[in-house]
Design a binder for this molecule. Sequence first.
Ligand code: HEC
Length: 132
Amino acid sequence: MLKPVLLMLLATGPASAADDLVLGRDTYHGGCAACHGAEAKGDGPMSSLISLPVPDLTRIAARNGGEFPWLKIVHIIDGRTGLRGHGGPMPLFGALFAGDTKAADAPDGSPVITSARVLAVTDYLASIQVAE
Ligand code: HEC
């Protein structure tokens, strides 16, 4: 499923913001929807199998006073934060996200180096936040 997207990215040169969202959505559906749900509401098929409640990812901003905590989310996804549900400091997503390192600027201007997929899926999550 990933291949056509990657080929498309190669064919169109440097990734645009729209391509980034496609990569993010694809990554989400491939690696996250099983637990967090297709609609990111925390109700994926695997959510009943794990002992921790699976958070609704469309309400991250709502839970943070209306602001999407971009850098914090990057670190949760790339494993630096070590959430229990994500296998501790060693991310579940090591293989999926290895390589393809990309630098970006956090909203406060500080540089962030992580994988292009982590950035893409974070931007995808930012794009699906619901009000309150
Ligand atoms: C095996 C099930 C599972 C998978 C797969 C999974 N998650 Fe999670 N996720 C969880 C659980 C459980 C928590 C809550 C962890 C805790 O409370 O320690 C969580 C928490 C999070 C949080 C923190 C939310 C908040 O508001 O604090 C984010 C962001 C997140 N996941 C994103 C993702 C992304 C992106 C992916 C795919 C790359 C993913 N998750 C894949 C189970 C999963």
